[in-house]
Design a protein around this ligand. Sequence first.
Ligand code: PEP
Ligand code: MN
Length: 337
Amino acid sequence: MIIVMKQGSTEADVREVVMLVEKMGYQSHLSTGVERTIIGVIGHKDKSPIQAFASLDTVESVIPIIKPFKLSSIEMKPERTVIDVDGVAFGAEKITVIAGPCSVESEDQIIRIARHVKEAGAQMLRGGAYKPRTSPYSFQGLEEEGLRFLRNAKQETGLRTVTEIVAIGDMDILAEYVDMVQIGARNCQNFALLKAVGQSKMPVLLKRGMSTTIKEFLQAAEYILSEGNPNVVLCERGIRTFEDATRNTLDLSAVALLKTWSHLPVVADPSHGTGIRELVTPMCRAAVAAGADGLTVEVHDRPEEAYSDGPQSLKPADFAACLTETAKIAAAMGRSM
Ligand code: PEP
Ligand code: MN
């Protein structure tokens, strides 16, 4: 349930209610808005103590949250969350663009591509150093060496960096080298990994699992939030359907729905969402029209030689054209790129 404090209630009023919440054995999560403070009450007890709080003088109302996700819900926090990744914002007026190769392949490769995507207007560089491949015989990533190359690419270009985490034990090393961790589709419901990432304060790009419903996706986000890390960006990257003409089915209705159910920023990934280079630009446009706060796009200057996901990677010139095209839709939506 959530407790809505009266307008004008003081910090001491809020503290008093929080103490009461915790004394009753619940966890409290504060959301301090411009007009009102909201206290999220989370606990495992079956019966929620609505009456005990509703009768307090300083409390405006107590609202049960029936949805299975709480801290990520719009009820808990009516203002949109803006997440800061070393000075780059997700969820603000400007559409944030992440771009780069599927995998970090060499220092030269990642720096070359970083320069291209920076020039085209991206703010963040992506590239996997630990790759969750379907086959154990496929390229598994350069690991720490790849992280070092990403850090060097940031030094060269100023682009902030994001890379995927696949094992709990890698959290500390990732935090040393990159600005944001990605939890990939295959780990969307790896609850131990979600908790580990939740215990850090690092920004997280949480990708929807290929068979994860929107409610399950938000509950995955809830694992991170409830451990104390509020810096979650949601990413729609396509789901498995009967359709096999595309790699996945990019669920743009999820983008629109997530924006109404949750205060968290939403990013779309048309590269994995379609698996087809030619579809990336149209789906970037559509995602922005559906309300996406950001895009993540795979870019490679030699896609035919890419270690992974070459067929869905845009060449630098096509990526630049993609952003020019998509910026027109952003403008129509009252946003910049
Ligand atoms: C990736 O971003 O390269 C990736 C593996 O994505 P996903 O987890 O969405 O398949
Ligand atoms: Mn990929």
